[in-house]
Design a protein around this ligand. Structure first.
Ligand SMILES: Nc1ncnc2c1ncn2[C@@H]1O[C@H](COP(=O)(O)OP(=O)(O)O)[C@@H](O)[C@H]1O
Ligand SMILES: [Mg+2]
Length: 224
């Protein structure tokens, strides 16, 4: 039986008087691929940012957020940053690679933040880029790569610290259908090979339906 990797109870979030999340309960098991769908403005990104510890819920007595056995609320900012960098990877709709840096350098950055030695980091970054079919792109800068290649560099960057949870917010929203399909297959391959957990917000029906569980958000709640 797989262990619980994320346990979220009564997650609420308001921006001023706008109640964006209205009580989300969610349990995610290690190695699951979860898709989250729903109309624009439903609160998907807000939920993903909270589960990914980039944002904080409005804590009340019922709220609980436990990731990898850590109660997120009890971590101060420094401990939280360290926790996030070690355990969590992010993939965004727009790759958010740094334009001045090569693919290899972009992939190495989260490991350098973690103080991983340069030699080890570069070795792993090269292995990852090779694994993702980017062997002859490692010294290219983002603007000399295709959209699909850029997004795979972003995947390598998300994986460099070997996190066990990856959050992706509309990762294929900006890709042509062939690159999108390639990226989607990659997520499942990574899960199968490394038992990584994926939580993916997507408008892509095919990807949403490939997931182990598809969650639908409506107006700040998960309805199914
Ligand atoms: N930082 C913010 N400040 C104020 N309102 C926000 C902020 N982030 C999101 N919202 C609002 O919260 C609602 C949900 O946004 P979001 O989580 O981005 O939805 P989705 O990703 O499902 O489109 C929207 O009405 C949005 O305008
Ligand atoms: Mg969004």
């Amino acid at each position: 039986m797989n262990k619980t990797i994320i346990s979220a109870k009564h997650i609420v979030k308001a921006y001023k008087e706008l109640q964006v999340l209205k009580g989300v309960d969610l349990t995610i098991l290690e190695g699951e691929v979860i898709s989250i769908v729903g109309a624009s403005g439903a609160g998907k990104t807000t939920l993903l940012q909270i589960l990914g510890t980039l944002d904080k819920p409005d804590y009340n007595s019922e709220t609980e957020l436990i990731i990898n056995d850590e109660a997120i609320k009890s971590l101060n900012d420094k401990a939280l940053a360290k926790f996030r960098n070690k355990n969590i990877g992010f993939i965004f709709q727009f790759h958010q690679l740094l334009p001045e840096f090569t693919a290899l350098e972009n992939v190495c950055i989260p490991a350098f933040i973690n103080n991983t030695p340069k030699v080890d980091t570069e070795k792993r970054a090269k292995e990852l880029l090779d694994y993702l079919g980017l062997k002859d792109r490692i010294h290219h800068k983002p603007n000399s790569m295709s959209g699909g290649e850029q997004q795979r560099v972003a995947v390598a960057r998300a994986l460099i610290n070997n996190p066990n949870i990856i959050f992706a917010d509309e990762p294929s929203g900006n890709l042509d259908s062939e690159s999108a399909e390639q990226l989607h297959n990659l997520f499942f391959k990574l899960r199968d090979e490394f038992n990584q957990t994926f939580v993916i917000v997507t408008h892509n029906q095919e990807l949403a339906n490939m997931a182990d569980r598809k969650l639908t958000m409506v107006d700040g709640k998960i309805v199914s």
